[in-house]
Design a protein around this ligand. Structure first.
Ligand code: ADE
Ligand code: ZN
Length: 334
């Protein structure tokens, strides 16, 4: 097996990170206090109780129920800045060089917070991270698939100026996967591409959903990469297509275990992806909830795939760089 030092030094890129998923209990409670937000009575009331809950989620929906309550403590532009900045500071120490990060505008606009407040707070943290830590980044707005597609279209309209000026680099689709298939969002993705023809597109698919959700995200939404995507392994034709078209899967090992998608990281089809030349990256998803940031995910994979040598890890690092949405010049630096 490779050394922890090697994994730390390996130039890492993150492509699947929800900024709201970096909200640690020790920031959540102070923010609730600062903003005078009363958490529901059924919600854990201390850092310790909340950490305890994070040890066991039954599935994606169980996690999302807590995640959306936590999100309610974020009110002011400064809160969004503080949240993202805390993330960048943490992963800087773990050898992260480039981050393409998600956020859910609708989690905030549905509470009366403007998309500008959220976007500018996050954007300021991204700028500071590049300036002071050398971490480059891209913001990706996600549509919540449990919301009405009509409302999602309105969200895209409200984000128009940020899409046009490049503050928002990409569009994604997250939240509860299974009852909300990709075909519901065809118009949304079309409209986003109308606003900016070269907007980067991705979608969560094949986490709890079937391989068909992955195929449909490619065919119907025009996604250029797929978030999670691990259930692609059940469709041989799709696996060949991902390899041929160099569609990267943004795999989240600790997340998949915590949300009981797999029993252990060793069950993930990573060796099969390598054998079939399917590009993938390793990511933390919602690190405050799933017990680890980017390096922790790399370390766990190295533990569960102990026969991978330096060459295999160099190949994974290269998948991540090539699958990033940054300019060719930055890719060369990475
Ligand atoms: N929102 C935050 N994390 C998510 C995940 N893993 N799947 C779907 N929606 C999410
Ligand atoms: Zn996710």
């Amino acid at each position: 097996p490779v050394s922890p030092e090697f994994l730390k030094e390996l130039p890492k890129c993150e492509h699947h990170l929800h900024l709201e998923g970096t909200l640690e209990p020790d920031l959540l409670f102070p923010l609730a206090k600062r903003n005078q937000i009363t958490l529901p009575e059924t919600f854990p009331q201390t850092v310790e109780e909340l950490q305890e809950k994070y040890n066991t989620f039954e599935d994606l929906q169980d996690f999302l129920n807590y995640y959306y309550i936590g999100t309610n403590v974020l009110i002011n532009e400064q809160d969004f800045f503080d949240l993202a900045w805390a993330y960048f500071e943490k992963v800087h120490k773990q050898g992260l060089h480039h981050a393409e990060v998600f956020y859910d505008p609708q989690s905030h606009t549905s509470r009366g917070i403007s998309i500008s407040t959220v976007t500018r707070g996050f954007q300021r943290a991204c700028e500071k991270a590049e300036l002071e830590l050398g971490i480059t980044s891209k913001l990706i707005m996600c549509l919540l698939r449990h919301m009405e597609p009509r409302e999602c279209l309105e969200t895209i309209e409200s984000a128009k100026e940020f899409i046009e000026d490049g503050t928002i680099s990409g569009l994604g689709l997250d939240s509860a996967e299974r009852p909300f298939p990709p075909n519901l969002f065809i118009e949304c993705y079309e409209r986003a591409r109308e606003i900016k023809s070269d907007l980067n597109l991705t979608a969560h698919a094949g986490e709890e959903g079937t391989a068909q959700y992955v195929t449909d995200s490619l065919d119907l939404l025009n996604a250029g990469r797929i978030d999670h995507g691990i259930n692609s392994i059940h469709d041989e034709e799709l696996i060949q297509r991902l390899a041929n078209e160099k569609i990267m899967l943004t795999v989240c090992p600790l997340s998949n275990v915590k949300l009981q998608v797999v029993k252990s990281v060793s069950e993930l089809p990573l060796q099969e992806f390598l054998d079939n030349n399917v590009p993938f990256s390793l990511n933390s998803d919602d690190p405050a909830y799933f017990g680890g940031y980017i390096l922790d995910n790399y370390l766990q994979v190295a533990k569960d795939f102990p026969h991978w040598d330096y060459n295999v890890w160099a190949r994974i690092a290269k998948f991540g760089i090539e699958g990033s949405w940054c300019e060719a010049k930055r890719k060369n630096e990475l």
